[in-house]
Structure formats: C-alpha cells, structure tokens
Design a protein around this ligand. Structure first.
Ligand code: HEC
Length: 103
C-alpha cells in the first residue's frame, strides 16, 4: 500500500512540474509576444510584420526562432525578432515553439 502511495505522489509531482513548465511558456508568450502576434498568434496586421504564427507547426516555429537567433532566417523586419530572441535561452525558445504550435 505504501508503495502505491509513493508511486501516486511521484506521478502527481511530475504532472505538476510539467503543467508548470507549460504555464511558464504561456505566460512568457502572453507578456512578451502577444502584443505583436496576438494572444493566439492570429494577428497579421501592424506590429506582427504580416506573419501569422497560428497554424504553424512547433517544428517550423522552432526552426524560425533559431534562425532569428543565428541570423539565418527572417524577412524585411527580421531585426525586430532578432532583438526579441537574443536574450531568450534555447529551452524557453523550444517551450515557446511548442506552445505556439498548439494555437
Ligand atoms: C515588437 C513586435 C514583436 C514582438 C514583441 C514579437 N514579435 Fe515575432 N515577429 C515580429 C515581426 C515584425 C516579425 C516578422 C519579421 C521578419 O520580417 O522576419 C515576426 C516574426 C516572428 C516569427 C516568424 C513567423 C514566420 O512565419 O516567418 C516567429 C516564429 C515569431 N515572430 C515569434 C515570436 C515570439 C515567440 C515572440 C515572443 C518572444 C515574438 N515573436 C515577439 C514582431 C514581433
């Protein structure tokens, strides 16, 4: 019985951590990206540079974010995004891509 309880609380603890990690990226997006790209990534006018994040896969978003970081990707307004990703670590970029891929 004790073992079952330990296993159960381990599962709960792991589940809680995973949920928190996801919440982290969601919060980060809402604070730092949503203004330009829209809460759900569907904004294409004004500061978004005409691009739509919604509907793109997590893999595509991740490749683009990494591309902004190393300067290998971007359009007319790539400087805006290069400044944006400069200080974001790869793990958060990865989490953001996963979050955006779910829009
Ligand atoms: C100041 C407005 C602004 C903010 C804030 C901003 N972006 Fe952008 N984003 C842009 C613009 C402008 C472009 C188009 C840049 C270009 O010409 O390559 C863009 C492009 C992108 C693209 C590439 C889309 C494509 O299909 O080419 C991704 C992915 C992206 N942004 C993600 C993010 C994430 C994640 C954040 C938050 C960390 C963020 N952006 C914050 C303005 C912004």
């Amino acid at each position: 019985m004790k073992k079952v309880l330990i296993a159960l609380s381990l599962c709960l603890a792991l589940g809680a951590t995973a949920a928190f990690a996801g919440g982290d990226a969601a919060e980060f997006y809402a604070k730092r990206c949503g203004n330009c790209h829209g809460e759900d990534g569907s904004k294409t006018s004004g500061p978004s540079g005409g691009v739509m994040l919604k509907g793109q896969s997590a893999e595509d978003i991740k490749a683009k974010l990494m591309g902004y970081k190393d300067g290998s990707y971007g359009g007319k307004r790539k400087k805006t995004m290069m400044r944006m990703v400069e200080k974001i670590d790869d793990k958060m970029l990865n989490d953001l891509a996963t979050h955006i891929g779910g829009f």
